[in-house]
Write a protein that binds this ligand. Structure first.
Ligand SMILES: [Zn+2]
Length: 401
């Protein structure tokens, strides 16, 4: 199977060499802003947006005449900018037409050169030597920290700087990956996501997520306060900002590490994984069961901290690699409201109710475990293989999906 993967490497800290790339990035920001200005002007006159190819022609022309300082810039990277602004404008106009509530209807705008982060080259304009961990960009050599080698077709190279001024190179690579044989465990599982317990599986096992954001909350508060006290534009403010960003980065990294480990654990343990839909997870953010503003804020913060959507994406990614199946159930499926034993519908249960007894069959349920069982059943039936586990049915051959 073919997949596109990205590989990111940090360049050596060579102030002079990296300064050239940083300067290039800022030159590209000029090109970008020039494009935006043209779009705005053109729209002002003709009430429509300028064609991509006209824009490219125009840029090539002025690069040769008035904008000599752009001459070192790669034509493919310039093309990448026109492609991206073109896409952004098309999206803007189509949103404007539909004028859907909540859609982003502000046009693409100018970007400060200091805020501009990257440029992208396609096949030309660079040369990579993985053995020497070296890359030549625009006839200049750069060394990078080679954390891992990769095979495959490099589709694009992106040069990106972060808030500290460090430069990274990111390759987007088309690779042929070998699928491992699936259906090795013969097991299928459903998972109920919750704010109290991150996941409960259909076997009743609970997975509690660390709350990394919450754990660092006091530190974050102090750093935010320090930042607000520093004078705008001062060196100390810059330093305070770097400290704050570094902490946010650490929190994200910790969470990602934990989530990747769990995702791997799940795809190794099961052949089919049934999850709630991602849009259901989105709905959790704004769920209207909370009353006060503060409760709403706490809820939103907790969803942000647990990042279930990002976790589900990881499960999908790992499942693909291990040739396992992930089933997302319909977002309207009332997984908590049905008795898994007799299918009696109890109706909406307040979130504070963690356990209940079915009035029809008298089974005592753990709320989340019962939901996980229902999710498993719903997911399996949508695959057309019924609700009995694969082990029980003794099916080890690939399933017909
Ligand atoms: Zn029942």
């Amino acid at each position: 199977m073919q997949v596109i993967r990205s590989y990111k490497f940090k360049l050596y800290n060579n102030a002079k060499a990296n300064g050239i790339l940083a300067h290039d990035i800022e030159m590209y920001s000029e090109v970008y802003n020039h494009c935006i200005a043209l779009y705005k002007k053109y729209y002002g006159i003709y009430k429509k947006h300028i064609g991509k190819y006209d824009l490219q022609k125009h840029l090539t022309k002025i690069k040769g005449r008035y904008k000599q300082r752009w001459s070192s810039l790669g034509s493919q990277a310039i093309q990448d900018i026109t492609d991206r602004t073109d896409r952004a404008y098309k999206l803007f106009f189509s949103n404007l037409k539909r004028k859907k509530e909540g859609e982003n209807t502000s046009p693409p705008n100018f970007k400060k050169r200091t805020k501009y982060k990257s440029f992208t080259l396609k096949q030309a304009g660079y040369k990579l030597d993985q053995k020497e961990n070296e890359i030549v960009i625009n006839k200049r050599k750069y060394k990078y920290f080679n954390s891992r080698e990769f095979n495959g077709d490099v589709k694009t190279l992106t040069v990106k700087r972060n808030y500290k001024g460090e430069i990274f190179i990111i390759f987007s690579v088309k690779q042929e990956i070998e699928l491992r044989v699936g259906f090795e465990t013969g097991k299928i599982a459903g998972f109920d996501f919750g704010l109290t317990t991150f996941l409960v599986d259909s076997e009743g096992k609970k997975f509690i997520s660390p709350e990394y954001l919450k754990n660092s909350f006091e530190k974050l508060r102090v750093l935010h306060k320090q930042l607000s006290k520093k004078q705008k534009g001062s060196n100390n403010r810059k330093k305070a900002k770097i400290r704050l960003n570094a902490l946010y980065e650490r929190i994200t990294n910790q969470r990602n590490d934990w989530q990747w480990k769990l995702a791997l654990d799940l795809v190794r343990s099961y052949d089919v994984i049934c999850l709630e839909s991602l849009s259901f997870i989105e709905m959790q953010k704004s769920k209207n069961t909370t009353k006060t503003k503060k409760q709403k804020k706490n809820r939103a913060r907790k969803v942000l901290d647990l990042a279930p959507g990002s976790f589900f994406e990881k499960v999908k990614y790992k499942a693909e690699e291990y040739n396992k199946q992930v089933v997302f159930i319909n977002k309207w499926f009332p997984s908590t409201q049905i008795c898994n034993v007799c299918s009696f519908v109890i109706g909406k249960l307040d979130e504070s109710i963690r356990e209940w007894t079915c009035p029809n069959c008298q089974t005592h349920h753990d709320r989340d475990h019962n939901a996980a069982l229902n999710i498993k059943e719903e997911g399996t039936s949508s695959l057309g293989i019924g609700s009995v586990s694969l082990v029980d049915r003794n099916i080890y051959e690939p399933l017909p999906f």
